[in-house]
Every structure is written in structure tokens, then in C-alpha cells.
Design a protein around this ligand. Structure first.
Ligand code: SF4
Length: 485
């Protein structure tokens, strides 16, 4: 007989087939967390540990993960001993096991506190709270309140007294309880039978991306209509009309300009360049600095003035192209947990000194980082504002004036660079995405026990990755100059 848990119930509420695989193929390769998911889990553990500090005298129910009976028995003993709060309080009833993040005693009754690393209550948190309330009440416990305890975006380091917000969701959970009981029984019955048939649909992405999409979703043909830029909801309408790939799309569909350019480029298998590209490139003056930041976003801030998940720059790369088109490179990468912003600000100002324009690809991000840096390092605020004022975004130069059939409907640097600059891209790099870079940066800064050889290797991989981001834009601009001539 299979059993349910909090996470299993939440999976099953999204899709029975997903839950069936999670239970019956629990060692499936799709279920191994990738580095980004692992980083989220790690942050979650830190947040959970920090949350417990808010409940003095709380008792942790630890022990082997698989020893459910032992954990339930220890919980009963701690309940009887009168603890004011219990962490990982464990209950098992009707084949459902739950471990409550914090069970807080309030007079003769109890409050379930579910700790989340988010900065608000999300709809998907409610079934999580509801299954706990269901199990605890079936166990005979007087649960009066259910709360979601999440991070507070308004809290700034060093004053972390208000790091958490406790939101009472008792009413919402109460309303769900009858359905929760039915759904839990349905899931348990389903798990005892063969794999259920469930059609694919929006539930494969919501509220969480299902790990089994590759098993269920048919392979898309090349240039499927879903790859058309910014199409979203029109994809289903195209498919309903039998228009499966971009090759099938006729004239006169009223597509956006980039999507229409994509349609022509794919159907004619050529690079489509607008006559306007030459004029648009007039915005690029020399010397030209190409700038890129990498950031970390810590759930629990550690630097002055920072809030949960503020993106703090800890690395930058800047390639400067002079009037003779000679290229020089500037880079900096923080190496420990000290506040990186003063040195970062000084080095960025220095790298961009004398540049007529400062180019970034998708510059909104770099502009936001520059403004946050200016607030953190007021003595360089004016110089950073000057960098900001010289900034030109290279992404619209591509999106609004050119389309290469290999872009695949995306104007991200990862899609555009290998298409416009053959031989240049991120393949073969040890770190090849912003998500991996952010995770590696967190380790580099905060894992004081990392072996020196691994640290050196990680630094090198990060420097290479960030350098490709900016040298790539330099090469893209060169290609655009060629197309726009
Ligand atoms: S891909 Fe969709 S249908 Fe398949 S298991 Fe996941 S959620 Fe269910």
C-alpha cells in the first residue's frame, strides 16, 4: 500500500500521473535535482533553520528520514512534555505522513506554521497547509490556525528582526478541507492501481514545471508554431487550423514585426535584415564598453541595506572597443563574503571611463544593478549615474532589425550569439548559464571550506562565462555592422 506525504499530495493535486511516477519510479533520473533546484533547496534549508529561531524553546523531531514510526512516537512524547513549539512534528494517519515545519502551542490549541522561502503567500502553498491540517485533526490534535511564514521583502540587513511575515490562511485552508480529504483518498486509490492516463495540458507547467514532460509531450517538429516569437495563446489556434510549423503560416496573419521577420526568415531560409539596421547602429559610438554583471540573490541578506532576494553584483566583465577596433578586457570577481559593492563600483567606473557608450545586452538588468550600486556606494553615485546615462541596449538592435532562422524565436544572447557568430557560444563551457553562474558564485563567496583547487577551477569557469557574454556582444555588433553596411 502506497502512502502520501505533503510533497506527494501537492504533486498529485497537480497531476495523478506525475504522482504515480514519483511513487513507482522514485529513482527516475528526472527526479534528481539539477544544480539550480539544489540551490533552491539549500536556500530553503537555511530559511527553515532561521525560522526556527523565532520559536524559543522549540524542540526538533530529528532521526532517520525513513523512521516514520520513531518520529511519530517522539512527537507524541514531546507533545506530552508540554513543548511550546515542535519542529518537524510528525503525524501518520490514513496512510498519510506529514512533518509540520513548526507546530506552535497557543494555549490549549495549536497553530501549523508552514515555512516558505518565497516573499509572499502563493496559491500552491494552500494545499500544503490543508493536507497538514487534515492529518493533524484526524490525529486528534486541536489545530486552530494555519499560517504561511514567508520572507519579508521590506526587511533590510542588518536589522533582520522582521525577516519573516506570518500570514494566517486558516480560512482558505478550512474551505479546502472537504476536497482535500476526497483528493487524498483518490490519490491513494490511484496509487494502488496501474498508471493513470492523463492528457497533457497547462497543468504540466502550473504550479510547478513537471519533471516528466519529455515522457508525455510529443516531440515538436523543427520551427513548430510554438517557437514563433511572442505567440503565447495563438499557438493553439494555429494548431487547430492545421498550421503546425512556421512553414505553414500564410501572409496576412497580423503578426508582430519580429514574428513576421521570423516567418520570412524561416520560410525563405535566409537572414532577414531591415534597411533600418544601419541607422540604428548609429547609436553605437566608439570607444564602446560592453558591460555585463553577474549577481547573487540571497534569501537571507548579509550586506548592509539589502533585502531578501535583492540581486547584488559580485562579478562583471567589460570589453572596451576603441576607435581603431582594438579590444581590451576588464573583469572582476569577488572572492569571499565581504560586501563586494564598493570595489565593484570603483572597478566598473574605471572600466567604463572614457567610453562614449556603454553597451549591455538586455540593458534593463545592468541599469537596475547600476542604480542599486549607486545607492550602496554613495561616494561613487555620480560616476555610476554617468555610466547609466551612457548605456545603450544591444538587444533591441537585434530584435527590431534582424532575424536569423537559427534564433529559434528567442532574442536571448544564448540564442543569438551562436547564430550570428558561428563558432562562438556557450557549448563546452563548465558554466554556461546565468543560473549556474549565480549558484557557483554563492558557493565561491560563502563556502569557506571549498578546496583551493576547486575554488580556482570555479573562478576560472566563472571568468570565462562572463567574458563570453561581453566578447560575444562585441562580435555581434561587428556582425551587425557588416549586415547594416
Ligand atoms: S507531463 Fe503533464 S501529463 Fe505528464 S505527468 Fe507531467 S503533469 Fe502529468
Amino acid at each position: 500500500m502506497a502512502r502520501l506525504s505533503k510533497s506527494r499530495f501537492v504533486s498529485g493535486s497537480q497531476c495523478h500521473k506525475q504522482l504515480w511516477w514519483r511513487v513507482h519510479e522514485s529513482d527516475a533520473s528526472e527526479l534528481a535535482p539539477d544544480p539550480s533546484q539544489q540551490a533552491i533547496f539549500d536556500q530553503g534549508h537555511l530559511v527553515g533553520a532561521r525560522a526556527r529561531e523565532q520559536f524559543p524553546g522549540g524542540v526538533l523531531i530529528d532521526g532517520h528520514h525513513g523512521d516514520l514510526a520513531g518520529r511519530v512516537a517522539r512527537t507524541q512524547a514531546v507533545l506530552a512534555a508540554g513543548a511550546p513549539a515542535i519542529f518537524e512534528a510528525s503525524f501518520f494517519v490514513d496512510d498519510i505522513f506529514v512533518a509540520v515545519d513548526v507546530l506552535e502551542r497557543v494555549g490549549p490549541a495549536w497553530t501549523i506554521v508552514e515555512v516558505k522561502s518565497t516573499t509572499s503567500v502563493k496559491a500552491q502553498h494552500l494545499p500544503d497547509g490543508a493536507i497538514q491540517a487534515h492529518v493533524l485533526r484526524r490525529s486528534g490534535l486541536a489545530v486552530e490556525h494555519v499560517e504561511i511564514m514567508h520572507l519579508n521583502r521590506e526587511c533590510r540587513f542588518p536589522d533582520l528582526r522582521q525577516l519573516f511575515v506570518r500570514a494566517d490562511v486558516t480560512g482558505e485552508v478550512q474551505a479546502m478541507l472537504p476536497a482535500v480529504a476526497r483528493e487524498a483518498s483518490a490519490q491513494l486509490r490511484m496509487l494502488d492501481g496501474p498508471m493513470p492516463e492523463v492528457a497533457v495540458g497547462p497543468h504540466c507547467e502550473t504550479p510547478y514545471a513537471c519533471p516528466f514532460r519529455e515522457r508525455c509531450w510529443p516531440e515538436m517538429p523543427e520551427h513548430h508554431v510554438s517557437t514563433l516569437y511572442g505567440m503565447g495563446k495563438r499557438v493553439a489556434a494555429f494548431e487547430a487550423q492545421g498550421l503546425m510549423t512556421i512553414h505553414d503560416l500564410p501572409d496576412g496573419l497580423g503578426l508582430s514585426l519580429p514574428a513576421e521577420r521570423q516567418r520570412l526568415a524561416v520560410q525563405q531560409n535566409r537572414v532577414v535584415v531591415e534597411a533600418s539596421l544601419g541607422d540604428a547602429l548609429g547609436a553605437i559610438a566608439y570607444p564602446c564598453a560592453v558591460l555585463d554583471f553577474e549577481t547573487v540573490a540571497l534569501a537571507i541578506p548579509v550586506w548592509d541595506g539589502c533585502r531578501p532576494y535583492d540581486q547584488v553584483p559580485v562579478q562583471f566583465s567589460c570589453h572596451v572597443v576603441d576607435e581603431q577596433h582594438h579590444v581590451t578586457h576588464h573583469a572582476w570577481l569577488a572572492d569571499d563574503a565581504r560586501d563586494p559593492r564598493p570595489e565593484m563600483a570603483a572597478r566598473v567606473v574605471e572600466a567604463c571611463r572614457g567610453a562614449a557608450v556603454v553597451v549591455a545586452y538586455n540593458a534593463t538588468f545592468e541599469k537596475t544593478v547600476l542604480r542599486q550600486l549607486a545607492a550602496a556606494v554613495p561616494e561613487l553615485a555620480e560616476a555610476l549615474a554617468d555610466v547609466d546615462a551612457r548605456m545603450v541596449d544591444a538587444l533591441p538592435l537585434v530584435r527590431n532589425h534582424i532575424y536569423h532562422p537559427d534564433f529559434g524565436g528567442s532574442f536571448s544572447l544564448k540564442a543569438v550569439l551562436p547564430a550570428l557568430v558561428p563558432g562562438m557560444g556557450y557549448e563546452g563551457l563548465a558554466i554556461a548559464s546565468g543560473g549556474l553562474a549565480s549558484q557557483a558564485l554563492q558557493r565561491l563567496l560563502f563556502d569557506a571550506h571549498m578546496p583551493p583547487a576547486e575554488r580556482a577551477e570555479m573562478r576560472e569557469a566563472l571568468l570565462q562565462y562572463c567574458a563570453v557574454d561581453t566578447l560575444g556582444v562585441v562580435r555581434i555588433l561587428e556582425q551587425l555592422q557588416g549586415y547594416g553596411a
